[in-house]
Write a protein that binds this ligand. Structure first.
Ligand SMILES: Cc1cc2nc3c(=O)[nH]c(=O)nc-3n(C[C@H](O)[C@H](O)[C@H](O)COP(=O)(O)O)c2cc1C
Length: 332
C-alpha cells in the first residue's frame, strides 16, 4: 500500500538528531517555554466588558475547538489582573492582530492601568469591545471555564465572526514575525499552465527570500556552538551597543516578547554575562567577549559563503539589493 511505502521509506532514512536542548519542564521552565516557542502562533487581543469595567490581554494561546457548535478557546494566567472580570463577565471578543499591529500587541500585554484610553475601539453587539485594524473578530458568549494548572482555559461560543483584509502578525521562537509563502508551496508557473519563468524579473525576489532563510538557518549552528539561542544573541548584540537598557526598552529594541526578554535576561544573569545597574542591565566582561566571538563567527561565515563568487557579480548583487532597499524604505 502506498501509505506503508511512504512510512517504510521515511523510517529507513530516519537519522536521529541531537536536540538543541531537552529536559523536564518541571525543573527547567525556560527550556519548556523555548520548546513551546517552536510552535508558531498568531496573536490576539481578548477583550471584555461588564458593569462599566473593561479588560484586555494579549494572548497567543487562542485556538479553534469545534465547528458545531462554533467554539474557540484561550487561556489566562492566574496572575493576570483581568482574570476575575473574564471569569465573570459572560462574554469576550477575540481580536486577531494584523502584521501592522505589533505595537498594539505590546500595548495590551503591558501593565497599564487603562489599556483602552489610547486604543481605537467600539462596542460590539455582543457586549465586548472590538479593536480597530484587526484581521478578524470573534464575538463570543462564555461557554465554560476549565481549570488548567496556573491558567484558566476559557471556552467561548462564537456568536459572530468577521474577517478583514490584511496579513497576520505571528509569534514564533520568542519573536514577532510575519507570514511568507514557503518557496516550495508557492504556485509554480508550470502548475498554472504557463512556461517556467527563468528571467531575472521572475526569480530574483523569491531567490532573495530563499537565500535569507537558508543562511539564517545555517548561522543558527554557529550561535549554538557559542551556547546561544536567538533571543539571547539578540539581547547581547543590543546591550553591546546600548549598555544600561531596561527590560521594557530591550523588548522593544530586540522585537522580542516581554516574557522572552525576561527569560533571556534571567539566563544571562545566571550565566554571569550580564549585571544589573541603575534599573537597567549591561554586559559583563564575559558577555562582551561572547558578543565579539559571535561577531567574528558572523564575519567568517559571510566570507566562507561568498568565497569563489567573482567580485563583479558581488558588486552587481550589492547594487541590486541597495536599489531594492532604497526604493522600499519609507521616509520617516
Ligand atoms: C506574545 C504574547 C503572548 C501572550 N499570551 C498570553 C496568554 O496566552 N495568556 C495569558 O494569560 N497571558 C499571555 N500573555 C501575557 C499577557 O498579555 C499579559 O500578562 C497581560 O496582558 C497582563 O495584563 P493584566 O495583568 O492587565 O491582565 C502574552 C503576552 C505576549 C507578549
Amino acid at each position: 500500500m502506498q501509505s506503508n511505502a511512504v512510512m517504510e521509506n521515511s523510517t529507513s532514512s530516519f537519522i536521529p538528531r541531537l536536540p538543541l536542548e531537552e529536559g523536564d519542564p518541571a525543573v527547567d521552565g525556560r527550556m519548556f517555554r523555548r520548546c513551546l516557542g517552536q510552535y508558531g502562533t498568531g496573536i490576539a487581543i481578548i477583550t471584555t466588558e461588564a458593569n462599566g469595567r473593561r479588560a484586555a490581554v494579549t494572548v497567543n494561546s487562542f485556538a479553534s475547538v469545534s465547528l458545531e457548535p462554533p467554539l474557540v478557546l484561550w487561556s489566562i494566567a492566574h496572575t493576570s489582573r483581568s482574570r476575575e472580570l473574564f471569569s465573570s463577565s459572560g462574554c469576550f471578543a477575540v481580536n486577531i492582530l494584523s502584521s501592522k499591529q505589533m505595537d498594539v500587541s505590546r500595548h495590551f500585554s503591558s501593565k497599564l492601568e487603562d489599556k483602552f484610553a489610547d486604543a481605537v475601539w467600539a462596542s460590539g453587539d455582543f457586549g465586548s469591545p472590538l479593536l480597530d485594524g484587526c484581521l478578524a473578530h470573534f464575538e463570543c458568549e462564555t461557554y465554560s471555564l476549565v481549570d488548567g494548572g496556573d491558567h484558566t482555559i476559557i471556552i467561548g461560543l462564537v456568536k459572530r465572526a468577521s474577517r478583514f483584509e490584511g496579513e497576520p502578525l505571528l509569534f514564533s521562537q520568542g519573536q514577532y514575525s510575519i507570514a511568507d509563502s514557503h518557496p516550495a508551496a508557492s504556485p509554480t508557473p508550470e502548475a498554472s499552465g504557463t512556461k517556467p519563468d527563468t528571467t531575472a524579473e521572475g526569480t530574483i525576489v523569491s531567490q532573495i527570500f530563499e537565500a535569507h532563510h537558508l543562511l539564517s538557518t545555517k548561522f543558527e549552528e554557529h550561535r549554538s556552538a557559542e551556547g546561544l539561542h536567538l533571543s539571547i544573541a539578540r539581547i547581547i548584540a543590543c546591550m553591546y551597543d546600548r549598555p544600561g537598557l531596561k527590560i521594557d526598552q530591550l523588548a522593544v529594541a530586540t522585537h522580542l516578547g516581554q516574557r522572552d526578554t525576561e527569560d533571556a535576561i534571567s539566563e544571562l544573569l545566571e550565566r554571569g554575562l550580564l549585571f544589573a545597574s541603575g534599573g537597567g542591565y549591561s554586559l559583563t566582561e564575559a558577555g562582551r567577549h561572547l558578543r565579539v566571538a559571535i561577531q567574528k563567527r558572523w564575519i567568517a561565515f559571510q566570507q566562507a559563503q561568498i568565497a569563489g563568487i567573482p567580485e563583479a557579480d558581488l558588486r552587481a548583487t550589492i547594487r541590486t539589493l541597495s536599489k531594492l532597499i532604497d526604493q522600499n524604505t519609507i521616509a520617516e
